[in-house]
Write a protein that binds this ligand. Structure first.
Ligand code: NAD
Length: 472
């Protein structure tokens, strides 16, 4: 596994300004698998300067040419897919099959989509006597979390580069090896020096210095609501653009007449994916009182398919959580759920049998969860399903919309029209109808405290553009 001891700045790997480092730990066996430099404000400053210097030429590069570079990046990511999957499995603990399919596969498709969008997008339009130019915003600070380490990097860097912006990336401290691998792919793709720069390090140090740097024009942050709030406050004070992708507490609403077994098993699979560490996980399963106990029974049975195990084994469907801190957070919520009176159907706060080493937790189903409980309101970020009961559609809507979040959602009904009518009333950024598949070109992002701005597809591209109107 590669582990560079420097930062990727201005087109080459160079030594960090300071001597601090962070260890990368495999969450399945708690072994140290790499050491990377912990960047300082000095490293961040060097990276931002390189990005600023590269900006004029990159912004003036014809979009179709920028698209060719992105196509080369897509090919570089595709060529190293197996290495990406192995790295994500080692530092995040994601099962290798899921890592291959999703963690390594999806970024190839996203990079490819921006290669095409760069070539096709209308960066100029005519409105009456005006020509409106869509110009790059400038230098972008990309701050990313660990749960989909490569996807979240690519979902920011690819559209920013397609738009003609230059980028400084500060990835999560738990998953820097994937970020270093990405920087190698950028180098392989032949981008001009300084267009993309990587500074690894702690959020409080390198992340904060980057978000607050005067040479940054736009901060694109994905992570927790608490940090997002402070990043947005700093950006606001400096009148910088900011995009935030934050947490979620998404609801899956099963309306009477829906295929209950399909709805419940699909939702359980959705929550167990990536060991529950997905911001758009459908963690609240809302079922009509008439079908409630049946749904709880199906959920309890479905969870049996997810036995925590070695993520490097292709047969494993659920690995450990990313870190000890994350395990403490999740088991804390499970204990809280029991204390507040939810009915523990499967799982619980202890380690799974035979998995005392590694940051494993037990897949858990709670029933009789009511809207006022902590586990119904706060993001757990683990494999925990909360099954909630409703009496009529109005109550279901009140519960679904009754959190500070609004990132994703799902509705199941006998017919799509009825489900879509309910979905229109949900206060959330995305809703899957009767198991609708994830669409890499549809805007992804939150309502309410789930965020500001959108990623993916053309909406993700326009985040990085600003208009200039010429009147004739
Ligand atoms: P986090 O907020 O702790 O960290 C995210 C990133 O911010 C990391 O790179 C971290 O180093 C950096 N950071 C930390 N403090 C900072 C500061 N003061 N200034 C600048 N940067 C700082 O979040 P996490 O624990 O890494 O990720 C989990 C959270 O992210 C969950 O709440 C999850 O829902 C959310 N998330 C949201 C989405 C989405 O698209 N909406 C996607 C993935 C994760």
């Amino acid at each position: 596994m590669i582990a560079h001891d420097g930062m990727y700045i201005d087109g080459s790997w160079r030594p960090a300004a300071g001597r601090d480092t962070t260890e990368v730990v495999n969450p399945a066996d708690e072994q140290v698998i790499g050491v990377v430099p912990a960047g300082t404000a000095e490293d961040v400053d060097a990276a931002v300067r390189a990005a600023r210097a590269a900006l004029p030429a990159w912004a003036a590069t014809p979009p179709a040419r920028r698209g060719e570079h992105l196509a080369a990046l897509r090919d570089a990511l595709a060529a190293r897919q197996e290495e990406v999957a192995a790295t994500v499995t080692a530092e995040l603990g994601s099962p290798i099959g899921f890592a291959r399919r999703v963690h390594a596969g999806v970024p190839v498709a996203v990079a490819g989509s921006y290669a095409e969008l760069a070539a096709e997008h209308a960066f100029e339009e005519r409105i009456g006597n005006s020509t409106v130019l869509h110009e790059p915003v400038g230098v972008v600070a990309a701050i990313t979390p660990w749960n989909y380490p490569l996807h979240q990097i690519v979902a920011k860097v690819a559209p920013a580069l397609a738009a003609g912006c230059t980028v400084v990336l500060k990835p999560a401290e738990d998953t820097p090896l994937t970020a270093q691998l990405f920087a190698e792919c950028v180098a392989d793709a032949g981008f001009p020096a300084g267009v993309f720069n990587l500074v690894t390090g702690l959020g409080e140090v390198a992340g904060r210095a980057l978000a607050e740097h005067g040479g940054v024009d736009l901060v694109s942050f994905t992570g927790s609501t608490a940090v997002g709030r402070s990043v947005a406050a700093a950006a606001g004070a400096a009148i910088k653009r900011v995009a935030l992708e934050l947490g979620g507490k998404s609801a899956c609403v099963v309306l009477p007449g829906a295929d209950l077994t399909r709805a419940v098993t699909t939702t359980v699979a959705d929550v167990m994916r990536n060991a529950g560490q997905s911001c758009n996980a459908l963690t609240r399963l809302l079922v009509h009182a008439d079908h409630y106990e049946e749904a709880v029974r199906i959920a309890a049975e479905a969870v049996q398919d997810y036995v925590p195990g070695d993520p490097a084994d292709p047969a494993t469907r659920m690995g450990p959580l990313v870190s000890a801190a994350q395990r403490e957070r999740v088991t804390g919520y499970v204990t809280r759920g029991i204390e507040e009176g939810a009915r523990l159907v499967v799982g619980g706060p202890g380690a799974p049998e035979g998995r005392e080493k590694g940051h494993y937790v037990r897949p858990t189903v709670f029933a009789d969860v009511t809207p006022g409980m902590t586990i119904a309101q706060e993001e757990i970020f683990g494999p925990v399903v909360c099954v909630m009961r409703y009496e009529d559609e109005e109550e279901a809507l009140r519960i679904a919309n009754g959190t500070v979040y609004g990132l994703a959602g799902a509705v199941w009904a006998q017919d799509e029209e009825r489900a879509a009518a309910f979905a229109r009333r949900m206060d959330t950024g995305q809703v899957d109808i009767n198991g609708g598949r994830f669409n890499l070109l549809a805007p992804f992002g939150g309502h309410k405290q789930s965020g500001i701005g959108r990623e993916l597809g053309v909406h993700g591209l326009t985040e990085y553009l600003q208009t200039k109107s010429l009147q004739f």
